[in-house]
Design a protein around this ligand. Structure first.
Ligand code: URP
Ligand code: ZN
Ligand code: ZN
Length: 463
């Protein structure tokens, strides 16, 4: 809902939401501060008149410092979380990546080493499971104890992260026993690898072939298969970075049947298309991510999915590789381009365009970008809501401001913008993380190390 109100913050928490006029009434204000054991005078007053005061964004899908194809995504936890704060995101959930032959707990330690003390905003982890064996299955329980309650698996990338249907079933059965959620990268990697080999053998090496060799049908097929396996195992399933209308239809059908199936999409699938992958002079490499960008009709279906809640969450899959040097690795062979698109900074802005154009409501913007990810990943009501007792993660968003997206002005540590030159209506005025101003008027005022690790509970949507 929306209301005209003032927010009283005491320390790191929201103490009260006071209807219009109440905060300026001395007696009411004194009662509210007394109830919160706080001094009766405010240390700081932020004038948010004419602006939206919304719970901070939660980006449930980022990859900082992620190893991929012999290189690493270029945002560190420090640079990536600063950029996120600039764009009104106050929590990220990043993916710890189990390498084959290593343990989940050692992986988790490694990701804590990368992130702890370096994040400008709060953060949690999901775990990527790439080596299913008895030890891994057992360790899933310890991960849950350590606040990591969701596990991503891959039907894509044979030889790297890929798990067989049998391995997926085993992990899903363990998720059923423990209440964990399985997150699925649903593309049929075995079939895709054949199409990729055929394209390369025929000399079709340009970036656009990344899209042409990963047809939407193979995302639809894998999504259906993941849903079926989850049904047999009886576990909750969350489809990550859903891009294809066929996959959306499979999710909608399962949800209509009452299965615990959820899905997210990302701004790139709403705003960018296969035409961007086809840009000349190797420019298309900037847009190589998996699943690939699709034709515009898929984007239209995704906006509808956001309205119907078949798509419940918008996250970025932020995975930045520089155009020079890193994307370059795939010149002459699209399959060698590191997969990923930068985006952690502009999710709130890009989805706000959907509010401006009437694709989604104001409330749905906040719901898909903050409240639902908080509930889906066990952070609610600490995060995702402006209510007494919640962390004071608050974004003051100016819906009338305008900005132009560009690599020249963004804060992500990457040398290009996938949205270069795009005109945006709306801009973050102030970002608060646990009561502290971390961004104001486009300037970073926080510190790396302010962010704390969030031990998460289970998915709160299960039926
Ligand atoms: O291309 C992508 N999406 N890169 C990041 C890894 C993943 O699959 O999410
Ligand atoms: Zn993925
Ligand atoms: Zn990802």
């Amino acid at each position: 809902g929306t209301l005209d109100a003032d927010v009283l913050i005491v320390g790191e928490k929201i103490a009260a939401v006071l209807a219009r006029g109440e905060a300026t009434d001395a007696a009411t204000f004194a009662a509210a501060t007394a109830a919160a054991d706080a001094e009766p005078e405010a240390d700081m007053l932020i004038d948010a008149s004419g602006k939206y005061v919304i719970p901070g964004g939660i980006d449930a899908h980022t990859h900082m410092e992620m190893p991929f194809g012999g290189t690493f995504s270029v945002d560190t936890f420090e640079t990536g979380t600063k950029a996120a704060a600039h764009g009104g995101t106050t929590t990220i959930i990043d993916f710890a990546v189990q390498a084959k032959g290593t343990s989940l707990l050692a992986t988790l330690d490694k990701w804590h080493e990368k992130a702890d003390g370096n994040c400008a905003i709060d953060y949690g982890f999901h775990m990527i499971v790439s080596d299913v064996n008895d030890a891994t299955l057992k360790e899933m329980e310890s991960c849950i104890g350590g606040g990591v309650t969701s596990f991503k698996m891959f039907m894509a990338y044979p030889g790297v992260f890929y798990a067989t249907d049998g391995e997926i079933l085993l992990a899903m059965q363990q998720a059923q026993r423990t209440g964990a959620t399985i997150m699925m990268h649903a593309e049929n990697g075995i079939a895709i690898d054949q199409l990729v080999a055929q394209a390369l053998a025929a000399g079709r090496t340009d970036p656009v072939n990344h899209g042409l060799t990963r047809p939407p049908e193979l995302e639809g097929e894998a999504t259906s298969r993941a849903i079926t396996l989850a049904k047999v195992a009886g576990c909750p399933l969350y489809i990550v970075h859903l891009s294809a209308a066929q996959a959306l239809a499979a999710v909608a059908e399962a949800r209509d049947a009452g299965q615990n199936v959820f899905a997210e999409t990302c701004p790139q699938y709403l705003y960018l298309t296969l035409d961007d992958l086809a840009r000349p002079d190797f420019e298309g490499a900037k847009f190589i991510a998996s699943p690939p960008l699709r034709t515009a009709d898929h984007g239209k279906a995704l906006w509808r999915g956001l309205r119907t809640n078949d798509l419940a969450v918008v996250s970025t899959d932020h995975c930045p590789f520089c155009f020079k040097e890193q994307k370059e690795l795939g010149r002459g062979d699209f399959s060698k381009v590191p997969n990923g698109i930068p985006g952690v900074e502009h999710r709130m802005d890009l989805l706000h365009q959907g509010v401006v154009s009437g694709e989604i409501s104001l409330q749905r913007w906040v719901e898909t970008c903050s409240t639902t990810p908080a509930r889906m990943f066990g952070l609610y009501p600490r995060k995702g809501v402006i209510a007494p007792g919640a962390d004071a993660d608050i974004v003051i968003y100016d819906p009338a401001a305008t900005q132009t997206l560009s690599a020249a002005t963004h804060h992500m540590n990457v040398d290009y913008s996938a949205y270069e030159g795009m005109q945006i209506t709306g801009k973050v005025a102030v970002t608060l993380s646990r009561g502290r101003v971390v961004v104001a008027d486009g300037e970073f005022r926080g510190s790396p190390g302010h962010g704390t690790f969030l031990s998460r509970g289970l998915n709160q949507y299960l039926i």
